[in-house]
Design a protein around this ligand. Structure first.
Ligand SMILES: Nc1ncnc2c1ncn2[C@@H]1O[C@H](COP(=O)(O)OP(=O)(O)O)[C@@H](O)[C@H]1O
Ligand SMILES: [Mg+2]
Length: 452
């Protein structure tokens, strides 16, 4: 992509309405534009990251055996009357009446609708286990939408729902989600810690939230610092192996880690004092097991092996897809701008031409762009007629992790400069070696990608 032909409306000034750094940087880097309180347009750069995050979520869900669907954003109120939540949900639900006076709503979540899909076509335990998921826009009329995409009213969520014959089966689904979430967040360069949480309006007994530690987080969290040493890494887990999934859950929940809703001072006090931490966190996901809470009132039953009809055991599992952009930026930025982790960066590499219009510099840049692209790398080529300082400032602001700088002086001795956004370190390399180095950096990112 050539910057001269792109749409990247960066802001020079700090927008006054933005209270936290991720919101400020997303506006300044031309990623989003607010259209109403808590409602945003996604501009090209923001959309690229949103797509990258969705792609990782899809891959990790499908790797775990979960099946994508897409439900509408608009739902009939009657489904919610069946579960009893139409009256319970309160003002966060945006209620709409259509021209025929039918009560509709913009879905804040989809337990009822997925249960309706399930009950209309599944009758036998032989069709279980089943986990369906979607990535779809939700609307919650939050009292105080704030911090940009962190607490929006319209926001993108991955919501998944498991259907199992038994409680045991559903707990395996719960553990499988925990494993897949750990993988998902790590691919985005994030450490998200599962913490025991409160179930809120979804209901149910078992639930964990995944929190990214950040000063600007809305949740107060209490944890044993030993938990931050755990990483999922490159482990291969067989998702059908219930014991293997349970072992991961046990490992990652073996240390004290709770949000303020479930915090227990007496238990916390048992941790050695030097490991006790009180901090703030951003909730980027949550998993629930709620048994037959929806299947029973809505009649989502299957015939079991003994011929008896029984309600299925369910759980629901969410990832805050649009919120993740904010969480990643909160965790990864400096005073000059965003620093994207390689797994989610909007472009893999930025290319800066120091002397636009100089025939040999231009053609060296074009050759680099071609060679990087041929290796599957996405390039943002700053081919504008601008000062070097302005080009560097833009690249630093938008946070591409790698930059190749090309100028006549270097080219005279056949070198270009490769710079890491994270460390600021530069090395001079022959153009072909710079391409090879960038390809090497991204090799693990490409290898982590999965298609079933
Ligand atoms: N208003 C919002 N704006 C952006 N993301 C949200 C919002 N509400 C929830 N999310 C994201 O969606 C995920 C799943 O939602 P859920 O757990 O049902 O919401 P809540 O935490 O409000 O009960 C949350 O973990 C969070 O990351
Ligand atoms: Mg939640």
């Amino acid at each position: 992509m050539r910057l001269s032909r792109y749409f990247l409306p960066v802001l020079k000034e700090n927008p006054s309405e933005a209270q936290i750094v991720s919101h400020r940087l997303m506006l300044r880097a031309g990623m989003i534009k607010q259209q109403a309180a808590g409602i945003y347009s996604w501009l090209p750069l923001g959309l690229r990251v949103l797509d990258r995050i969705q792609q990782i979520v899809h891959e990790e869900q499908q790797r775990a055996g979960h099946i994508p669907v897409l439900m509408p954003t608009m739902q009939p109120a009657d489904l919610w009357r069946e579960s009893g939540r139409y009256d319970d949900y309160g003002q966060e639900m945006l209620r709409i009446r259509d021209r025929h006076d039918r009560d509709m709503l913009f879905g804040p979540t989809n337990e009822e609708m997925i249960t309706d899909i399930f009950r209309s076509s599944v009758n036998s335990y032989k069709d279980l286990p089943l986990t369906l998921y979607q990535i779809q826009w939700k609307f919650r009329d939050e009292v105080r939408p704030r911090f940009g995409v962190m607490r929006g009213r319209e926001f993108l969520m991955k919501d998944g729902y498991n259907f199992d014959l038994t409680r045991e089966g559903a707990l395996h689904a719960y553990n499988r989600h925990l494993v897949s979430y750990l993988r998902t967040y790590e691919r985005m360069g994030l450490q998200a810690i599962p913490m025991r949480a409160d179930s809120g309006p979804i209901g149910g007994e078992d639930t964990h939230e995944f929190l990214v530690l950040a000063e600007t987080g809305e949740s107060e969290v209490f944890y044993d610092s030993a938990i931050t040493d755990l990483t999922f890494g490159g482990r291969q887990i067989d998702y059908d192996d219930a014991d293997a999934c349970r072992a991961v859950l046990e490992e990652f929940t073996s240390r004290y880690a709770r949000t303020d809703e479930t915090h227990d001072e007496a238990l916390f006090a048992q941790i050695p004092e030097e490991r006790r931490r009180t901090a703030r966190g951003i909730e980027v996901g949550q998993i629930f097991y709620f048994g037959t809470k929806y299947s029973e009132p809505m009649g989502a039953n299957v015939v079991g092996p003994d011929g008896q009809r029984v309600p299925v055991h369910m759980g629901s599992h969410g990832i805050g897809v649009s919120r993740l952009l904010g969480a990643i930026i909160e965790a990864s930025h400096d005073e000059r701008g965003i620093i994207w982790p390689e797994g989610v960066t909007p472009f893999h590499v930025g290319l800066v031409n120091l002397k636009q219009g100089d025939a040999s510099t231009d053609s060296a840049c074009e050759a680099l762009e071609r060679e990087l692209t041929a290796r599957g790398l996405e390039v943002l080529y700053d081919d504008r007629d601008e000062r070097a300082g302005a080009k560097f400032a833009t690249m630093d602001l938008i946070g591409l992790p790698w930059r190749i700088t090309v100028g006549p002086r270097g080219l005279a001795s056949n070198v270009v400069e490769l710079t890491s956004r994270r460390t600021g370190e530069s090395v001079e390399l022959a153009p072909a070696d710079a391409v090879a180095r960038v390809a090497e950096v991204y090799a693990p990112v490409f290898a982590a990608s999965w298609r079933g």
